[in-house]
Design a protein around this ligand. Sequence first.
Ligand code: PLP
Length: 408
Amino acid sequence: MRYWKKLAHRDQESRITEALKANIDYQHTISLGIPASKLDPQVFYEHAAFLKEAPLLRAYVQNPNHIGCHTMGESETFFKGTQALEREVIELLSVDVLKAEVGHCDGYIAAGGTEANIEAVWIYRNYFMEEYSASLSEIALLSSADTHYSVYKASNLLQLKSYSVPVIDDSRMLNELELDATIKIAIENGAKYFIVIANMGTTMFGSVDDPNLYVTYLNQNNVAFKIHIDGAFGGFIYPISFPDNPVNFQNPDISSVTLDAHKMLQAPYGTGVFLVRKGMMKYVCTPEARYVNGMDITLSGSRSGTNAIAVWMILFTYGPYGWFEKINKLLYRTSWLCKQLDKMQITYYRNPEMNIVTIRAKHVPAAVAQKYMMVPDTHVGEPNWYKIVLMDHVEIEHLEAALAEFTA
Ligand SMILES: Cc1ncc(COP(=O)(O)O)c(C=O)c1O
């Protein structure tokens, strides 16, 4: 690990205090033009004693705005202290978790996985339009049938036709024959350029696509493409549980990755992470954003700098070994559950490196699924699957209680 380590609370506290000091101090500086201030002191009392010990809450009160992207070009100077912490998070995740070369990636803390996925599609759509003079109808969006629906939002917003590749029912792997056929259909429909969203942990199954399958079939069909990885769920577990995986920046065909700190990392909502190889963010620059210092190249405008600090704190509280241990506890519980299901001859899907178990609906009476708040694959009609996600709060005792009510 180059950057990721464990930091004691007092070291975190002093780093965050220094960062906040380097941001604008509305109280002691005359700042006439910024349409912002700290949180309303009538409502959020800033002298509460407990704030002294709580750097994150102090950051909330100061309310830094991280508008823009801080890994390239210029940024608003008012919040330069805490922007540096965000930069650290982006570099740490790119290099230590996703194996990029040092200084090779840009990125920012987005509202969530949805925004990060849309940002990726927006970048590649504009890239093909600018670099290849592609028309909208020549750009296709390609992903598996298990892909998160944010891809369809991107397709709708960015006016790109999307193509869904069927997966094999038991293994949830891309069906290779269908992948080739889908690419050929898109080409027949006029597509010359492909934007791929490959999964590192699908929402319903935790299944992981092999990005090299997309590479093989797109190359065989002689079309240009860009690959984005949606690791919104799996990004903070799969690269740790399976470090030799092919889904990272060492793979030259992978251009960008979504991670969601507000899922596995248990960060506050509003902590999606978008990571992309340098040189790509410029394709979504909005030159009309003249009042913002630096380029506006993110989908959201104003965004909370405190969210970036929260991610920074979680990463440095655990350090890589602490995080590895936490992940392994969850994987242990997942394996325990699978063992019980095997004994009971209950059929399910599980990626061995992930903490999701998706059980065939025939084993789970609807009332039982509801009682234990299992999530179905569909709320429209009869579900085929129910999932159990082994998050931090899901304990073996809870699983035991549910198992007693499943039917073989
Ligand atoms: C794989 C995947 N991608 C994207 C998203 C969207 O994330 P968010 O809800 O943070 O926008 C989710 C959410 O469940 C997801 O599981």
